[in-house]
Design a protein around this ligand. Structure first.
Ligand code: HEC
Length: 232
């Protein structure tokens, strides 16, 4: 009983941490088997995010391989540093010191962010910027109060304004709400893939392992029958 109590008390900080954000997170509903979505995610990420954020635990060639992109396409469309080689890590060029000065915080590497924050958090975060004149970039965020990041997808979503009931309504972007949701889903999917690139392979391999176990089970059963045939 005492041990149980100690275990429960030890859990309290974890529970407190888990309940840290009171904002309702929207479900990202990503599909890692949707290769086209992951390719769009890479495209959107490289063009809108990689100027500030690296994904430096990933290599260009590995991503090209996993997402079914040829090395030539990778080099042409997604590698902006012309000295970079396909085997290089996806580091970015923004100097950390000036970034900290410009944004009040260094843009963190995002390779593993989906593992730390979770996919729903990232999805809600990218949909969660809203107009706030008191902030240096004129925006705040519902899941990341006083965020240092500007609303970099404003040209697509427009600028959301918080309504009296707490919902956000965006106007002035080039996409409608549904199209913007898909953009955010694509980026989130790419980041989830980045955080766990072998996940797809693991799932594929899993089916082979199950198949093998099934066949092995049948063989073992037949063998057992053969051994015990004369005993009964
Ligand atoms: C102009 C620079 C800039 C660009 C471009 C940018 N970000 Fe950021 N981002 C930041 C900064 C700075 C922070 C840190 C904010 C803070 O700590 O207040 C940040 C934080 C984040 C975080 C939170 C990380 C964490 O766990 O704390 C995520 C997720 C993120 N950015 C995703 C993106 C995505 C996705 C894009 C592209 C659509 C993007 N960012 C484009 C500057 C940028």
């Amino acid at each position: 009983m005492k041990k149980l109590l100690i275990a429960l008390v030890a859990l309290v900080p974890t529970l407190a941490f888990a309940s840290g954000s009171s904002v309702h997170l929207e479900s990202a509903n990503i599909d890692l088997n949707d290769t086209e979505s992951l390719q769009r995610g890479l495209d959107l990420f490289q063009n809108n995010c990689s100027g500030c954020h690296s994904t430096q635990y990933q290599r260009y060639s590995r991503v090209a391989d996993d997402l079914g992109i040829s090395l030539d396409d990778m080099r042409e469309k997604f590698m902006f540093d012309k000295d970079a080689k396909p085997g290089d890590l996806m580091e970015n060029a923004i100097p950390e010191d000036s970034a900290a000065q410009w944004f009040g915080a260094t843009p963190p590497d995002l390779t593993l962010v989906a593992r730390v924050r979770g996919e729903d958090w990232i999805y809600t975060y990218l949909k969660g910027f809203y107009k706030d004149e008191n902030r240096p970039f004129g925006v705040n965020n519902i899941v990341f109060p006083s965020v240092g990041m500007p609303h970099v997808l404003e040209h697509l979503q427009g600028i959301p304004v918080k309504q009296d009931d707490g919902t956000l309504v965006a106007t002035g972007g080039s996409l409608n709400a549904e199209e913007y949701d898909q953009v955010v889903r694509d980026i989130t999917g790419f980041l989830v893939y980045s955080g766990d690139p072998v996940k797809l392979e693991r799932e594929r391999l899993g089916w082979w392992v199950m198949g093998f176990l099934f066949i092995f089970f049948v063989l073992a059963y037949l063998l057992k029958k053969e051994y015990w045939r004369d005993v009964h």
